[in-house]
Design a protein around this ligand. Structure first.
Ligand code: HEC
Length: 166
């Protein structure tokens, strides 16, 4: 191999690995935002896109991840899979509610909502599985952004208030 050729290959390798490096630092930034939001959303207000100006790439990923992991229980468009989500089953457990803004998911301030997805509700006597081993923080953040993107404006506003962001 000539020196020029080796040099060109090295250059090509550098260029090829650049987008990855960028994607990784994006991922780090998102993970940091999620951690800040888990601590206390109010000081981390700039960590949440309050005006719902979500990145379309994040939304697309959130939708895809939701449909793959959550839709079996919560519905393809987060519309729910049961007729009455407030009615406990024979074991006294609540069924999976809709997450599209028609049920009460917006009652949970940001840290509670994120924690519910990460840790599930089994430790609390419910039946929602934990996701922290299967999805990373960036993926969970993308899913939650997609879910909240479905909510009517007034519901979203109430949720911001509860989260201390309004
Ligand atoms: C095996 C079924 C199942 C799957 C899969 C599932 N969930 Fe759930 N989820 C539930 C159930 C059941 C509840 C009701 C809470 C309880 O157990 O008391 C729930 C509750 C929730 C809540 C709280 C809603 C509220 O209004 O209080 C959120 C948020 C949520 N799920 C998000 C998700 C996300 C995001 C995923 C995918 C990453 C997911 N769930 C996957 C069953 C599931």
């Amino acid at each position: 191999m000539t020196r020029t050729r080796a040099g060109l290959l090295a250059l090509a390798w550098c260029l090829a690995s650049m987008p990855n490096a960028m994607a990784e630092s994006d991922t780090d930034a998102a993970a940091q935002r999620l951690r800040a939001l888990l601590e206390d959303p109010a000081p981390a207000a700039d960590a949440w896109p309050v005006r719902r100006e979500y990145d379309p790439v994040v939304l697309e990923a959130g939708q895809r991840l939701f449909r793959r992991n959550c839709s079996l229980c919560h519905g393809w468009n987060a519309e729910g899979t049961v007729s009455d989500w407030q009615k406990r089953d024979a074991n006294g457990k609540y069924p999976p509610p809709p997450l599209n803004g028609t049920a009460h998911t917006w009652h949970h301030p940001i840290p509670v909502l994120l924690r519910t997805v990460k840790e599930g509700t089994i430790p609390l006597g419910g039946s929602m599985p934990a996701w922290q081993e299967k999805l990373d923080d960036t993926q969970i953040l993308a899913i939650v952004q997609w879910i909240t993107s479905l909510w009517p404006a007034d519901i979203y506003d109430l949720w911001l208030q509860r989260s201390g962001l309004r």
